[in-house]
Ligand binder design. Structure first.
Ligand code: NAP
Length: 339
């Protein structure tokens, strides 16, 4: 059997371009004992792919190798099973996207093993790349566990119109918080205000983020959910109230940077105000997944969650989808439909 996958052709410098990706047709190996062959139906597009394309080793996720396939979250159907507990047709979630077919070891280490998912009329498979995904868990634990959200907190969320941000905004709003969201366009601010109920919004392209946040939060903020880093983190440090808490989720303003990352110049605010800055990865809170999905299923069934998707059709459009996401063209989750 043959299938297509996307390989890393070159390490990008700055924003990725289509020339760093190569669509390749390969022979799909047969699964060995303990393995599944899965036909991918949907894949997730995530900014972390850009970090892994740089080829630099880090504690985060292993870098992609030149001439080898990219990877990322995907859902699909088992087409051949050589492992007990999995049958042909079963839907699974797994980390080998960016290809049409994946061979997966069911007792593989960490999160490399395929996870059976419950798909029904109310919950399509792609929901496990969206509101019920690791990205969804990121929003949930980032607010509730990492930032330790407390009654009455004023919350600032950057990258608020993206996949992590939209859920974080809604989780905070459903708990009655005053929420300030930042994003990169008027259309996104309109969405945040009109559809998600954001109390204040700011477009970071309109000027200095510190000045914009001063206007949006004249009395300060208690929690900052940081998806962006750089100037947003600096602005938040300035506006934090004493004992404020910052959840460091991502630093997308650095991902396409050629030179060194831009650190905040006013970190002394953390000392002076007793601010907690805590970085996290969703996988560090894997034990919370069941509680998170259970709460989200209830909210989705009650029609209380808005979760827009931007869908690109076909594996060959996956590079375009990632480039569009990094350029801020998406409101909500970016997905690729494979079949
Ligand atoms: P996303 O927000 O759907 O897409 C990325 C968005 O970032 C773009 O739409 C763009 O929107 C914004 N952006 C791009 N360049 C920017 C810049 N220089 N300054 C400010 N904003 C910029 O992506 P996501 O999946 O929700 O991820 C959001 C963040 O969470 C990323 O930093 C990601 O790495 C992180 N993350 C962390 C974890 C974890 O476990 N810690 C898990 C998943 C994701 P604008 O139009 O607003 O610019």
């Amino acid at each position: 059997m043959r299938g297509r996958e996307i390989h890393l052709a070159a390490h990008p410098v700055g924003r990725p371009t289509s020339s760093e990706f190569r669509l390749v047709e390969v022979r799909v190996p047969s699964p060995a004992a303990g393995e599944l062959l899965v036909r991918n139906t949907w894949m997730s597009i995530d900014p972390s792919t850009r970090i892994r394309m740089s080829g630099v080793a880090s504690d985060y996720l292993p870098p992609f190798e030149l001439g080898a396939p990219l990877a990322g979250w995907a859902v699909g159907e088992v087409v051949e099973s050589r492992a007990p507990g999995f049958a042909v047709g079963d839907p699974v979630l797994h980390p080998l996207g960016w290809r049409e077919f994946a061979v997966l070891r069911v007792n593989g280490p960490g999160r490399t093993a395929p996870e059976p998912i419950d798909v029904n009329a109310a919950t399509p498979a792609r929901a496990y790349l969206g509101p019920l995904s690791w990205v969804g868990l990121t929003s949930y634990v980032g607010l509730l566990r990492v930032a330790e959200l407390r009654d009455g907190d004023v919350v600032f969320i950057s990258g608020a119109a993206g996949a992590v941000g939209i859920l974080a905004v809604q989780i905070a709003k459903l708990r009655g918080h005053f929420v300030i969201g930042s994003a990169g366009s008027k259309a996104k601010l309109d969405f945040l205000r009109d559809r998600l109920g954001c109390d204040r919004t700011l477009c970071y392209r309109d000027g200095d983020v510190r000045a914009l946040l001063r206007d949006a939060a004249p009395d300060g903020i208690d929690v900052y959910f940081d998806n962006v880093g750089g100037d947003h983190l600096e602005a938040a440090l300035e506006r934090m109230r004493p004992r404020g808490r910052i959840a460091l989720c991502g630093a997308i303003s650095d991902y396409n940077r050629d030179g060194p990352a831009q650190g905040p110049t006013n970190l002394f605010n953390a000392v002076a105000k007793g601010i907690t800055l805590r970085g996290f990865l969703a996988r560090m809170y894997a034990g919370e997944m069941d509680a998170f999905r259970s709460e989200l299923r209830g909210l989705l069934a009650a029609g209380k969650i808005v979760y827009p998707e931007v869908v690109f059709e076909g594996l060959d459009r996956a590079p375009e989808a990632l480039i569009a996401q990094l350029s801020g063209e998406n409101i909500g989750k970016v997905l690729v439909r494979l079949g």
